[in-house]
Design a protein around this ligand. Sequence first.
Ligand code: SF4
Length: 321
Amino acid sequence: MAEDMLIIKDLKKYFPTEKKDLYVRAVDSINLTIKKGEVVGLVGESGSGKSTTAYMVMGSYAPTSGKIIFNGQDISIPAKKRPLTIKKNIQIVFQDPGTSLNPQRTVGQILGLPLRVHHIVPNKDMNDRIIKLLDMVGLSEDYMYKYPRTLGGGERQLVAIARALATDPSLLVLDEPTSALDVSVQAKIINTLMNLQKQLGMSYLFITHDMSLMRNIADRIAIMYLGKIVEIAAATDFFQRPLHPYTQMLLSSIPVVLKAEQELKPKRIRSQGEIPSPVNIPSGCRFHTRCPQAGEYCMKEEPSMVEVFNQHFVSCHLYKK
Ligand code: SF4
């Protein structure tokens, strides 16, 4: 079995509010591992804490407590204090390529910047490397001289992916990389990402609210709700026997094509209400205000994570060991 590349341990991120002693508990003690070459989908609604988790992995936010270990090294520190080798090894692709690419620079200049900062190639080989990066994402050499504003959304995202690849990272954090794009180009971006992952053996932390997207691309899936991971399993197991009522709710609403998929789908569970505020988290199980199976006990005691099947973990009182 491949070794763990990233270990997230009891990770918390609380943001202060204007009121003393009141915090936005965006991430509230999560545990997650990513192995070498593994694609892990972190799925949840907006406000679940998945992007805050991604930003802590990138070092944009310092954790309130807990640890992030990368290849055996503690990186639970802001990005500016991290060694260059770590920054080089963990890269991110953002949701909106329109805002993540500098409009004043050509694509060649955008791709050249990380190559220079991390001393990836000598100046004389810079153009060849930029052409190679463009080729890896299916763009021709001509793109070097174009500005981001002259490109379509899908092309801009391909440039953003090429920039992330410039430093030859071993972990890519993908923060909803297709959700700002036209449906017509989403499949191309996903195919490019998955081909690159196979060719280069990278690990992906794939942040998304789109459960159906994970079906074909994730090795494992973690479901996040209101700052907590509530279920983790291998993707195959996950779609065959979703355990947590929240997961079942998410799965029951996704469209399926095949009869076999329809048979596996949980019967439609109506979503009750909205995700509560992370400032005012419900007592006991934080999903109890929306859960169709909630009992009195659920409001009092927070469930802990238990392994119900091999490597299939869930946090719900229905599955007490
Ligand atoms: Fe629903 Fe109770 Fe399970 Fe929470 S612990 S998901 S409220 S059944």
